[in-house]
Design a binder for this molecule. Structure first.
Ligand code: PMP
Length: 401
């Protein structure tokens, strides 16, 4: 008998499990709209040209494979903070930013969660309802208490702004407020610039700490700067800000696990201390981060020609998703005779669309139409092609009614 008899079978992951189910389906019209990974119009994975070029450069340079320091590649940490905050942001010059390379967005969030658990005992993290499914796992595993603030309003398929503000107001003073920097996952609904200002007002009033998860910089609008404006606005107010970054989507480095945790502090002294503790947390967890993807980012961002090309490729990717969004809306509006208003599809931004389909309707999407998606009604438009929009519209309309 096994010594591991007491270990029960874990359920499949609600997001990554969708891909497993998709693989097992042999239907020719099957569509995987589960995981948020960019696909070409032919629905194939895409390696960015700038990444191929940077790879070639690295090969020619023949760099060694020695360990990185615990905090990661210095050249990466420099450019990642600049990309987030703007290269000429005073907080960078004043050395008020603690930046540590993490294991992509997830690992960077996990480092911040460990920092909160250790140095803010009892402090709560407020997460949006709904949010990316892994947020709850991350804070649970780090033993950080969390609760939800209202975000999505099913009546309007839009933002419940009043609910959001009043829940942030009602949170215990000094809570961490987790915010999606842009392209909110799963809803695709972002606050307007005016709403962001009001959110910053209440966070400041209540002495909360804004904690940004920015996994789609460049993917909401196609512009790296525009997509970081929420984070930069908080920093410009002189607030201390935590921000986790990911290069999975915007550089397509999914499996390289490249990202960073940034803590903008009110003094260089505090930043140095925070950084030292982040390193202390990372060391026994995974010792040091991967080098290859960090070199790719450092080379792409550090080289003006490659950087320009990256921006163009990102505009192309964001543009393809916008075209698919438009075509899906057109197909839904022309096919659906019920008079339902589908304009919410166009108002949402980023990789995802939140359809408003409930669990039973999502089951119909998968069981009858072979459309794989998460059970919260989210579809990844990055996994959809123009050619498949009509088919998807038929599936959605059939599932709704
Ligand atoms: N945050 C959000 C909101 C995400 O959607 C994702 C990716 N699905 C991540 C963080 C982190 O992804 P990764 O660990 O691949 O960077």
């Amino acid at each position: 008998v096994s010594r591991f008899e007491g270990i029960t079978m874990a359920p499949p992951d609600p997001i990554l499990g969708v891909s497993e189910a998709f693989k097992a389906d042999n239907h020719e019209l099957k569509l995987n709209l589960g995981v948020g990974a960019y696909r070409t119009e032919e629905l194939q994975p895409y390696v960015l040209n700038v990444v191929k070029k940077a790879d070639q450069l690295l090969l020619e340079k023949g760099e060694n494979r020695e360990y990185l320091p615990i905090e990661g590649l210095a050249a990466f940490n420099k450019v990642t903070a600049e990309l987030l905050l703007g290269a000429d942001n005073p907080v960078i010059k004043q050395q008020k930013v603690a930046t540590v390379q993490g294991l992509s967005g997830t690992g960077s969030l996990r480092l911040a969660a460990a920092l909160i658990e250790r140095y803010f005992p009892g402090a709560k993290v407020l997460i949006s309802s709904p949010t990316w499914g892994n947020h709850k796992n991350i804070f649970n595993d780090a033993r950080v208490p969390w609760s939800e603030y209202r975000y999505y309003d099913p009546k309007t398929v839009g933002l419940d702004f009043e609910g959001m503000i009043s829940d942030i107001k009602a949170a215990p003073e000094g809570s961490f407020i987790l915010l999606h920097g842009c392209a909110h996952n799963p809803t695709g609904i972002d606050p307007t610039p005016e709403q962001w200002e009001k959110i910053a007002d209440v966070i400041q009033e209540k002495n909360h700490i804004p904690f940004f998860d920015i996994a789609y910089q460049g993917f909401a609008s196609g512009s790296l700067d525009a997509d970081a404006s929420s984070v930069r606005m908080f920093v410009a107010r002189g607030m201390e800000v935590v921000a986790a970054q990911s290069y999975s989507k915007n550089l397509g480095l999914y499996a390289e696990r490249i990202g960073a945790i940034n803590v903008v502090c009110s003094s260089p002294d505090a930043a140095a201390r925070v950084k030292s503790q982040l390193k202390r947390i990372a060391r026994p967890m995974y010792s040091n981060p991967p080098v290859h993807g960090a070199r790719i980012v450092a080379n792409v961002v550090g080289d003006p020609t490659l950087f320009k090309e990256w921006n163009e490729e990102m505009e192309m990717m964001a543009g393809r998703i916008k075209n698919v969004r438009q075509k899906l809306y057109d197909s839904l509006s022309s096919k659906d005779k019920s008079g339902k208003d589908w304009s919410f599809v166009l108002k949402q931004i980023g990789m995802f669309s939140f359809t408003g389909l409930n669990k039973a309707q999502c089951d119909n999407m998968t069981n009858k139409w072979h459309v794989y998606m998460t059970k919260d009604g989210r579809i990844s438009l990055a996994g959809l092609s123009l050619a498949k929009c009509e088919y998807l519209a038929d599936a959605i309309i059939d599932s709704y009614h």
